[in-house]
Design a protein around this ligand. Sequence first.
Ligand SMILES: Nc1nc2c(ncn2[C@@H]2O[C@H](COP(=O)(O)OP(=O)(O)OP(=O)(O)O)[C@@H](O)[C@H]2O)c(=O)[nH]1
Ligand SMILES: [Mg+2]
Ligand SMILES: [Zn+2]
Length: 280
Amino acid sequence: MQTGRIIKLLGGFYSVESAGKVYETRARGNFRNKDVKPLVGDFVDFENNYILSVHERKNSLVRPAIANIDQVVVVMSTVEPDFNRNLLDRFLVLLEHRRIHCKIYLTKTDLEQLDLSDYEKIGYEVFTNPESLLLDLSGKVTVFMGQTGVGKSTLLNKIAPRLDLATAEISTALGRGRHTTRHVELYSVAGGRIADTPGFSSLDYEVDTIPELNRCFVEIYEVSAHCKFRECTHTHEPECAVKAAVESGEIAKSRYDSFLQLSSEINKTREVYVKKAKKQ
Ligand SMILES: Nc1nc2c(ncn2[C@@H]2O[C@H](COP(=O)(O)OP(=O)(O)OP(=O)(O)O)[C@@H](O)[C@H]2O)c(=O)[nH]1
Ligand SMILES: [Mg+2]
Ligand SMILES: [Zn+2]
């Protein structure tokens, strides 16, 4: 029996790397934890090209399906597709929820500039050039996520030209509703591993309670300790420290707006759920 790490999933085959060699394996036969589907990034025990078991994960994502991630770089473009603060906040909420360290990379700054200092202020590193990002990859598994067409594959090709990943004109990528990048693979780059991922058209931020949403907006969470009510929703309550911080400009209005929008989405989903439960 050997232990290794899954670095690629393609056509039902898991490529497992062990001691510098890559083995093509499958997950069936005497696979022990059948309820756990092996993911790229998983550490596994395998024998005769069959995965026997999956080691415990430190974290994972559903889309892309990758486990044991050290950091996610959320890739956003200034234009084409247009920069969207609400979408960025949805990414950040998902990653805070999954407790995965995240950074922001801004592309297409040659076409338009954008000031993201409000995100830096609340603790998210913002990158705009491949060189500084390269320094940050060693010893880590870094996953690049972002809407289709923002330039994830283009960025990775700049970081590691030998990858030669397929890229597409934005019109083609968005127009046909298909993604240029299709499978999940961890590439060895700059002493670490990186994964390009397919873009998507909608994002599930997975949070379904207001207290958890509160925790996932890091600066709102910090300030909310000073709200009069412990369960403050930062909407109608008196002596709300969050609303005061928005008014004073300490909390960005756009972040507060995202918080309110996601709150109302969560409340709506819960209402539907409660109604259904009552009917039964
Ligand atoms: N001007 C400019 N164009 C860019 C930049 N980065 C990417 N592009 C263009 O944007 C288009 C989409 O780039 P891709 O790298 O394929 O985007 P992607 O995020 O990998 O898209 P999916 O694989 O579909 O998720 C291509 O035409 C790129 O040439 C940039 O920094 N500046
Ligand atoms: Mg791509
Ligand atoms: Zn409050």
